[in-house]
Design a protein. Structure first.
Ligand code: XMP
Length: 303
């Protein structure tokens, strides 16, 4: 485990030295990795750092507000509302890797627009050790690692946390007093990989609301990650009517770094409370199922 105070001091000095008098950009996702990298870079560069948060519409409930709050003191923060554009490029796309690709491409376009306006020569990224391993093994096209630097063209890439594991990043985030330090990991392509098949506003809304319920109800069980995914439709009964409603899967896993994971053993009352909230709070959900599969053979996310 790193010594957080020492790491912060050394890393801030390193970033300041590397970037010198130049300007830098960072893509913020609202998660602990990019927020921590941004906080370190902001200490080193002040307003010569422009954090860019692209609201893709694929994020968790309240994410945009949470980013504004965490970086309220950073005048250079840019929030880009790109929700409609992401829905457009995802329209009709059903293949998981094609979805990731479409999201990655659109993300780069959004980022490029800001990069053109700000004369930045450095890119700061919140890449951590397990990201590099998964990316090198090309298990998935993690869009926060691939593509961006080559396409936008920077003189240098700064990855201050490239050798840290997630629990070490949290330790650093705690030392920096970041309110997001304990947040569960969230995939770059967001809710798009938590709705099977085509991404629609309706499915996104179900996945977003149900994920908020699952995260809140399971916080005390301290999982590595807990969320809901929209699988498809099935028959149910609501009131006196048979309905064809969404099937929502609840997933909660324990892990150290996301590379392997165990499905969490939850008690029946907890599961029933989650089920009754999700079906009760959303008219269009007919069924809730609990995923008991470890990784391997399953992945954590559904796509
Ligand atoms: P899987 O689903 O591959 O997930 O078992 C392992 C960890 O990585 C996250 N994940 C992603 N993160 N871009 C990301 O930034 C992605 O495309 C992506 N896919 C999965 C996942 O949430 C889990 O923590």
């Amino acid at each position: 485990m790193v010594d957080a105070e020492e790491f912060i001091e050394e890393t801030v000095a390193e970033i300041a030295e590397r970037v010198g008098e130049e300007r830098a950009l960072i893509a913020l996702s609202g998660g602990v990795d990019s927020s921590t990298a941004a906080a370190l870079a902001y200490e080193a560069l002040g307003d010569r750092l422009t954090p860019v948060y692209v609201d893709t519409g694929l994020m968790r409930a309240g994410e945009t507000d949470s980013v504004r709050e965490t970086f309220a003191h950073v005048d250079s923060l840019r929030v880009v509302d790109a929700r409609d554009r992401f829905l457009d490029v995802l329209s009709g796309v059903t293949d998981p890797e094609e979805k990731r690709h479409a999201i990655g491409e659109q993300f780069i376009r959004e980022f490029e627009t800001v990069a053109d306006e700000v004369d930045a020569t450095y890119l700061v990224q919140g890449t951590i050790y397990p990201d590099r391993i998964e990316s090198e093994g090309s298990i998935k096209a993690h869009h926060n690692v691939g593509g961006l630097p080559e396409r936008v063209g920077f003189d240098g890439i700064v990855e201050p946390m490239r050798d840290l594991y997630k629990d070490e990043v949290r330790e650093v985030a705690r030392s920096l007093d970041l309110s997001v330090s304990e947040r569960m990991p969230f995939p770059g392509p967001g809710l798009a990989v938590r709705v099977l098949g085509e991404v629609t506003e309706e499915k996104l809304a179900v996945a977003r609301d149900a994920t908020a319920v699952v995260e809140a109800e399971l916080e005390a069980d301290d999982p590595w990650q807990a969320f809901a995914a929209v699988l498809g439709k099935a028959t149910g009964v609501k009131g006196d009517n048979r309905v064809h409603g969404w099937v929502v899967a609840v997933r909660s896993v324990e892990s150290r770094d996301g590379m392997t994971a165990r499905a969490q053993e939850l008690d029946w009352e907890t599961l029933q409370r989650i089920q009754s909230r999700i079906t009760g709070e959303n008219e269009t959900v007919a069924r809730v199922v609990y995923d008991v599969t470890h990784k391997p053979p399953a992945t954590i996310e559904y796509e």
